[in-house]
Design a protein around this ligand. Structure first.
Ligand code: ADP
Ligand code: MG
Length: 606
């Protein structure tokens, strides 16, 4: 057999390396920003076209490169940042692998020009799909400019993975946000299709930078932290526990100025917040760890987002307890705003609201609301139709109690026939029907009512809208902003009137009438996040159901609420009014039934 193995050509090697490092336009921006910061730039301008797919251009005022370096920087494993193996454990720069530029140049039309302080003139190099086409002298100020056009133009298969301009732009803004939070002393500007989106002057302190990037309202809910650790220092800002998100996208963690997404740090953080924020929620955090470079290995992953610590548990425990202590100090306990929102009587209330929230306070405790969204969604996801005790997705409403199945076909008087005995522990209605004892979970019942009503409304007329007297401005981070732009049509179908407002915000002008009294700021963020992760394919209907569950949860009577006789009877009547024959929302059972025989068995009377 002739030899089968051969060495790959250089351009192919670069394309393979690019596969690891260059996933999308934001990866290009990340690498180029790192290079500019490593070159001690104090001002960085980023220009984009079509979400970075047509153009990413970065201009910096760093120390620049001479002609020879400008050619060398395009070679693989060419770097000015390390020389020998021991340097790998002394890294103080963001880059060191010498891979980014050749990788990017291998998959784009690439032009770079640069000039150093001492040189009389600058130089420009043009590369196409990895081949150097042109080298010439170019007049330009000190610093470096890199232009990356038509990313993946020779790799249609990879190009297909790119998403809409807005989405790619969202990723890029997030990348810039991450870098800019760490370097408040550097000026960053970002424009897209000629429009300026981020314009950050050099700031005097991290607070100003955070305010500019994450919004003043967020800044006012952050607590500063600065601690000396045995291995270095931890400093930054911790969001108060009332300020949470459904994903970790507002968790910004850094080691020696490098943004990282590290499991250990994330775990330590959540450990620090344990019992302060609901499970499944994430805090808003900007946290910097500083340590001697030999304490941490950043050469673990091509994108350098993960690290390895020499003493992982020491780092973990210090961070976790540091957070816990900071948050429990008296200065950090800020009372929660808007715990209970009393219902406002309104002439155009829906039927359901006339009967329930008018007499029962609708709770909108921030944590409560979030907790229940998460629970509802988890429940929804976890309970398959085939699970015991859960109704199948076809046919009537069924509830099983051990060894028994109840079926209700949506006839007009089912629950109202029950004879009400009373309320148990402010959470369950106790009823009797003939010889049977029935327990109704008031929270689950209400949730079901809300869900079914929203569903019917949505199917028939679309949701009734309510214009807000005082429109709400939603300040978003880059990722959230991208989420919103993607799901606007769905949100509108759900009854939210939203308009873009400035560079990073939406103004909410109208909401579904059913939700006018709830904390829709949190709701909207969660809904957008959910819709976005679920996507818009055949899953939309499922997503809408999930969203309805989420919405229903926000309007519900909670457990632990004392109900009057009248309110309990109204609840039973309302249960009859909803259509249980529609598809089951896979919730917990609303009620359970025990026969006389079951009860007698408990007392060993048989
Ligand atoms: P790395 O950053 O890992 O060294 P890169 O491929 O990103 O590898 O860059 C290669 C080299 O090119 C860098 O080591 C640096 O010397 C030089 N370089 C890249 N970008 C710039 C820039 N904006 N200003 C000055 N020098 C740069
Ligand atoms: Mg680099």
């Amino acid at each position: 057999m002739p030899p089968q193995i051969h060495i790959l050509p250089e351009t192919l090697c670069n394309q393979i390396a690019a596969g690891e490092v260059v996933e999308r336009p934001s990866s290009v921006v990340k690498e180029l920003l790192e290079n500019s910061l490593d070159a001690a730039a104090t001002s960085i301008q980023i220009d984009l076209e079509r979400g970075g797919k047509s153009l990413v251009r970065i201009v910096d005022d760093g120390h620049g490169m001479g002609r020879e370096d400008l050619l060398l920087c395009l070679e693989r494993h060419a770097t000015s940042k390390i020389r020998q193996d021991t340097d790998l454990f002394q890294i103080r720069t963001l880059g060191f692998r010498g891979e980014a530029l050749p990788s990017i140049a291998a998959v784009s039309r690439f032009t770079t020009s640069s000039r150093t302080e001492e040189a009389d003139e600058g130089w420009e190099v043009r590369v196409e799909a990895g081949q150097v086409r042109d080298v010439r002298a170019a007049g330009r100020p000190r610093g470096t400019e890199i232009e990356v056009r038509n990313l993946f133009y020779k790799l249609p298969a990879r190009k297909k993975f790119l998403r809409r301009d807005e989405t790619e732009l969202g990723h890029i803004s997030e990348t810039v946000t991450r870098q800019a939070l760490a370097r408040y002393d550097v000026q960053f500007r970002l424009s897209h299709n000629g429009r300026t989106l981020i314009d950050l002057p050099r700031h005097a302190n991290p607070e100003e930078r955070i305010g500019a990037l994450l919004g003043r309202p967020t800044l006012s809910q952050l607590h500063p932290l600065r601690l000396t650790a045995p291995w270095g220092e931890v400093h930054g800002f911790l969001g108060e526990p009332g300020l949470t998100r459904s994903s970790a996208n507002a968790v910004y963690t850094y080691i020696n100025g490098r943004f990282i997404r590290d499991r250990l740090i994330q775990h330590a953080l959540l450990d620090g917040y344990r019992n302060l924020i609901p499970k499944g929620r994430y805090p808003v955090v900007v946290l910097f760890l500083e340590m001697a470079s030999e304490q941490v290995d950043v050469n673990v992953h091509p994108t350098k987002h993960e690290v390895r610590f020499r003493e992982p548990s020491g780092v973990h425990d210090f961070v976790a307890s540091g957070i816990r202590e900071t948050l429990s100090s008296p200065a950090a306990t800020v009372p929660e705003k808007g715990e209970v929102m009393p219902p406002v009587p309104s002439p155009q209330r829906s039927e359901m609201q006339r009967e329930f929230p008018a007499t029962l306070p609708v709770q909108s405790s921030r944590q409560d609301g979030k907790n229940s969204i998460k629970e509802a969604l988890d429940r929804y996801a976890a309970h398959g139709a085939d699970r015991e005790g859960i109704a199948p997705s076809t046919g009537g409403f069924q509830v099983t109690t051990p060894g028994r199945t109840e079926s209700h076909d949506g006839g007009d008087r089912f629950f109202a026939r029950f004879q009400l005995i009373g309320q148990y522990r402010n959470s369950y209605l106790v009823c009797q029907e003939d010889d049977d004892l029935l327990l109704i979970d008031q929270h689950a019942a209400h949730e079901r009512i809300g869900f079914e009503k929203l569903k019917v409304q949505l199917q028939q007329t679309g949701v009734e809208r309510q214009r807000l007297l005082f429109p709400l401005v939603l300040e978003l981070n880059a990722a959230e902003f991208a989420d919103f732009s993607e799901v606007l049509p769905q949100l509108s179908r759900l009854g939210f009137d939203l308009e873009e407002f400035g560079q990073r915000a939406y103004v909410v002008k109208g909401v579904p009438q059913l939700l006018q009294h709830v904390d829709f700021e949190t709701l909207l963020r969660d809904v957008a996040g959910e819709l976005n992760t679920i996507g818009s394919s055949g899953l939309v209907d499922e997503a809408l159901d999930k969203v309805l569950m989420t919405m229903a949860c926000h309007t519900m009577v909670r457990a632990n609420q004392s109900l009057s006789q009248q309110q309990m009877l109204a609840l039973l009547k309302e249960l009859d009014r909803i259509d249980f024959s529609s598809r089951c929302p896979h919730g917990r059972p609303v009620f359970t039934r025990m026969s006389l025989a079951d009860v007698e068995k408990l007392f060993q009377r048989r």
